[in-house]
Design a binder for this molecule. Structure first.
Ligand SMILES: NC(=O)c1ccc[n+]([C@@H]2O[C@H](COP(=O)([O-])OP(=O)(O)OC[C@H]3O[C@@H](n4cnc5c(N)ncnc54)[C@H](O)[C@@H]3O)[C@@H](O)[C@H]2O)c1
Length: 377
């Protein structure tokens, strides 16, 4: 029986640090049957990798991610780099026969995501994608309520992911604005709400979208007077039709001034509805139609040990989990799926399906027409 799982982490930025936290905490919180070992950290160059490895507790560091992938001691390759690098890194790991845990969105476009899914399937390699909000216990509860028919037939889904980190026109160019790199608000944020829509309501078949870029140029670097045109979307709105017959809307914006983490959805059915907003990620609004005698209304359900994966963090209800806790739940699920040899959801195949919806929204915006998701990727 394997007792140690040697982790190779590529990237140590925003989400790389969250992965390092989660790899450390998952065995502490969940008592995993295997101990993840922070074996090697790879980053853009040697000094960056060494500094990050020391800070995050990795035993080794390298400025060449290929050395990490090829190291026979590495059991799982964890990719947390900019989107455009996911494919070469994942394909190399797959070629080495190693499971890959990769951040979202999986690739710059659906065609490349499909290539990655097919490569993993052909090699029989397990894959895992970091759509961490799916692991929030309140999302699991919403999915259970909706899929279990508690709110009746689903008629409508209203989803949005709005933040404001690009609201300032002086916010400089980053890889998130690279038009060839799977960038823009729909790919960066919209992919999260699409993952939730598919998880809770099911496949999306058709979209009609309107996208725009509201900040036309940005400084090439922080504080620079030189500016570069922005070629990706800042905000998008899409009408969506689900395979089930339900209809809805999906919005994404990184210029939603004032919003910090408004990843939210509302599902309306024939008997009730559920509401969830990650800015208050420990609560769910639940309405189940009752006799209306002036006491009709939404229940505020607080996360508690009654909900999946909450109790190992805290035995008391309402004490609140956070972003890194949800990543910790994701790592626990990755490790258990890995040990059981079972398919994880979302894997590369599901991330490809998510990416097809993202691409369909982009195509619909460009061509100003309804687009069937089956047309892309
Ligand atoms: N799941 C989530 O909630 C979530 C949140 C943020 C970001 N992300 C995703 O995570 C990925 C990274 O985003 P981020 O915000 O952490 O970016 P970031 O820019 O903060 O970090 C990227 C890291 O990759 C490293 N890197 C760049 N080129 C490299 C190379 N050639 N070799 C090795 N390392 C290299 C950088 O030095 C840095 O450490 C993206 O795909 C993004 O969409 C997911």
């Amino acid at each position: 029986m394997i007792r140690r799982l040697n982790v190779g982490l590529v990237g140590s930025g925003f989400i790389g640090r969250s992965h390092a936290f989660a790899w450390r905490m998952a065995p502490v919180v969940f008592g995993l049957p295997v101990t993840p070992v922070l074996h090697t950290l790879a980053d853009v160059d040697g000094p960056t990798a060494q500094k990050a490895a020391a800070a995050l507790g990795f035993a080794r560091a390298t400025g060449d991610w290929r050395r990490l992938v090829d190291d026979p001691e590495i059991d799982v390759v964890d990719v947390t780099t900019p989107n455009v690098l996911h494919k070469p890194m994942a394909l190399a790991a797959i070629a080495a026969g190693k499971p890959v845990y990769c951040e979202k969105p999986l690739a710059p476009n659906a065609a490349e995501a499909r290539e990655m899914a097919e490569a993993a399937e052909a090699a029989g390699v397990q894959t895992f994608v970091g759509f961490n909000y799916l692991r929030n216990p309140m999302v699991e509860l919403a999915a259970e309520i909706v899929r279990g028919g508690e709110i009746g037939e689903v008629w409508s889904f209203r989803g949005i992911h709005a933040e404001d980190y690009m609201s300032d026109p002086e916010a400089a160019w980053t890889w998130r604005l690279d038009p060839s790199g799977g960038a823009g608000a729909v790919a960066d944020l919209g992919s999260h709400i699409v993952s939730l829509a598919r998880h809770v309501v099911g496949p999306i078949e058709e979209v009609a979208a309107d996208l725009d870029t509201v900040v036309p140029t940005r400084p090439v670097a922080p504080g620079s007077a030189e500016r570069r045109p922005v070629e990706v979307d800042d905000q998008a709105r899409a009408l969506v039709r689900f395979a089930s017959g339900a209809k809805g809307t999906i919005e994404a914006s990184w210029v939603a001034t004032g919003r910090k983490m408004h990843l939210a959805f509302e599902v309306y059915g024939s008997k009730g509805s559920v509401l969830l907003d990650m800015e208050r990620m420990n609560e769910l609004g639940l309405y189940l139609r009752q006799d209306a005698r002036g006491r009709d209304g939404y229940r505020r359900v607080l996360a508690s040990p009654a909900h999946k994966d909450y109790a190992p963090f805290c035995p008391a209800p309402g004490h609140q989990l956070g972003f890194n806790d949800v990543k910790t739940i994701e790592v626990k699920e990755v490790v258990t799926a890995l040990l059981d040899g079972r398919r994880y959801a979302p894997d590369f195949r599901e991330a490809y399906e998510i990416q097809r919806v993202v691409d369909a929204i982009l195509l619909s915006g460009r061509e100003r027409r309804w687009v069937r998701v089956g047309e892309v990727g």
